[in-house]
Design a protein around this ligand. Structure first.
Ligand code: NAD
Length: 321
């Protein structure tokens, strides 16, 4: 089996590739992986170092919007997993254009190339942010898409194109919508690595607004296991929410991060809120639980490990900050 992983040098994609190449996914121990990545500021070959040089791994430096390149690289692959995206909400507010190009047009180019080259299955890795914000309860997959940030809107556009390629051309494309991830190798602009790296250096951390924004947190390892489960047992044209982690307000998360770093609230600076900031995300994960999914990483242990990872791998993140 040959699997092309677009965005495989980013935070989540590289975790998936390291897991697959290390033989952690039953039935896929012999799979060959091609990573296709543009290596934007968020892409980093160092994320693949633990498996670099492996005989079942190859790397192509390229852009998912480049249809000609895709037509050259994709033939012979059975599966396409798309992790490639512009992913930071604040950057999407400052400059939405790139988000539309990569997350909408790039997704369409991948879908078209998969169709043209008879790729058997496509997995589009999406986000719970496409649903918008929910005060109470949790979203099921049939909920309308009401994205509020340019990032979420561009991801929703990609999701809708997946639906269209299934409905119109019969392409076996499956979409996952996961809640917030944490784990090692996350670019230090996202809240957990941003706060941890600043606290390691004794610097203050910026907390948006009143801090009462609720997010559900899942370890990247659990997310990647969910993606793998959808590949192994999911069905074409279906969407799978992936949550089941722990729900915390940013205030509660900050409190835990301060404790994990032996710091107190004097390190926190309240900053002006992000425009259009979604109040709460929450997904109903019953559907993927029906495939056998349950998160395995305990949040407090996972968070302690992540803090330790950033302490132990300062060469990795100091280059980026
Ligand atoms: P990331 O920003 O860490 O990595 C994105 C990767 O995509 C990078 O390696 C980058 O170089 C690559 N890339 C960007 N534009 C490209 C292009 N045009 N062509 C080829 N490669 C390109 O992102 P992440 O946090 O690993 O997220 C991966 C996917 O998971 C994204 O689709 C994101 O929407 C989704 N997701 C993320 C989270 C989260 O909490 N991080 C939660 C749910 C879903």
């Amino acid at each position: 089996m040959r699997i092309l992983v677009a965005g495989g040098a980013g935070f989540i994609g590289s975790h998936y590739v390291r897991s697959l190449i290390s033989g952690r996914y039953a039935g896929f121990e012999d799979a060959h992986v091609t990573v296709l990545d543009k290596l934007t500021y968020a892409g980093n070959l160092a994320n693949l170092r633990p498996v670099t040089g492996h005989s079942r791994l190859s790397f192509v430096h390229g852009d998912i919007t480049d249809g000609q390149l895709l037509a050259e690289v994709l033939p012979g692959h059975d599966v396409l997993l798309n992790f490639a995206a512009e992913t930071h909400v604040d950057r999407s507010i400052a400059g939405p254009g790139n988000f539309v190009v990569t997350n909408v047009y790039g997704t369409q180019q991948l879908l078209q190339a998969a169709l043209d080259t008879d790729v058997r299955t496509v997995i589009q890795v999406s986000t719970d942010e496409v649903y918008g914000s929910i005060d109470d309860g949790s979203w099921v997959e049939s909920e309308p898409l009401l994205p509020n940030s340019p990032y979420a809107a561009s991801k929703a556009g990609g999701d809708l194109l997946c639906r269209a390629y299934y409905q119109t051309y019969g392409l076996d494309v499956r979409v996952t919508r996961c809640s917030n991830n944490y784990g090692p190798y996350q670019y230090p602009e996202k809240i957990i690595p941003l706060f941890v790296t600043r606290l390691i250096d004794g610097r203050s951390v910026p907390l948006y607004g009143d801090g009462q924004y609720a997010r559900e947190w899942l370890h990247v390892e659990d997310h990647c296991r969910a993606v793998q489960l959808v590949l192994a047992k999911g069905a074409g044209g279906e969407v799978y929410n992936v949550g089941g982690g722990i729900e915390l307000t940013n205030w509660q998360l900050t409190d835990r991060l301060l404790a994990a770093c032996d710091m107190d609230w004097s390190m926190v600076e309240n900053v002006l809120d992000r425009p259009g900031h979604d109040r709460r995300y929450s997904v109903d994960s019953s559907k993927i639980q029906g495939l056998g999914f349950e998160p395995l990483v305990n949040f407090d242990e996972g968070l302690a490990d992540v803090v330790q990872w950033y302490r132990d791998n300062q060469a990795w993140w100091r280059r980026l900050t």
